[in-house]
Design a protein around this ligand. Sequence first.
Ligand SMILES: [Fe+2]
Ligand SMILES: [Fe+2]
Length: 287
Amino acid sequence: MAESGLSKTPADMTFAARNRTFDLHESLGRDWHGDRAFQTAFFNALSFSFPSGEKFFVDSVKHYLPRIDDAKLKRDAAVFVQQEYTHRREHQRYNQALAAARGFDAEKLEALFQNQIKRINKEPPIVRLAATVVLEHVTAMFAAGSMRYHRWMEGADAAMADLWQWHAVEETEHKSVAFDVFLAVGGKRKLLRRVMRIVRVRFPYHVFITIFRMRRMEGKPALSLSFWREGYRFLFGRSGIIREVAADFRLFYRDDFHPWLINNRDQLQETIMRLGPEPELHANSSS
Ligand SMILES: [Fe+2]
Ligand SMILES: [Fe+2]
């Protein structure tokens, strides 16, 4: 893989933030993922983690930017910041529209993740950056899965599929930025593994709590057998998404791990083509 200096994003890959916006009002009032209640709830729960999570990623990386003098890594980091801010904006709109459509208390649902971020923010900057690297790997791994297995989005409402695929594309493009910054400032792989051992338990736990709370807020049985059976199949079944990302997950523990060990540039390109050209937002939109 050709690369330059401290940035291990492939050298011939340039990427930019897309200033996209999505009108999801029509979609969010129903089980937009092919009428499947669990799959819809699963993606909706992830959305509640993004506003505080993506701000945290940006802050953790920005803290170290003055120490980075590699031009490509600096440029990639600037795009990373723009991309994450745009994701944050769109997921805030998503969460507000979802809450209005289904009667959820968005603030309460987001607070669960905000409180986790508050806890991590008490840690030293290098631990915060390690947590960002870990969560960026988790995100990139699911992004890769969604581009590799089209089935993950089969039957989903078109606008919703577009939003998730757009997010997957940009998570893939910037997947090594936090990691490269972490190594450039002397971060140790041992710390990454330690943080991953915590995140791999806590993050899914909070996603499940969010799903549970959303069910209750809607007045639906939180312990419905058919709902959780669908969830088990979707996550852990023979073609469950957890099984399908397991190999990518394990790569993180390798001594030579780098996010671009998962070289999915073909699927990235294919997804960008499928998404089509960026719609014109504003007359002067430049990003
Ligand atoms: Fe993001
Ligand atoms: Fe990201």
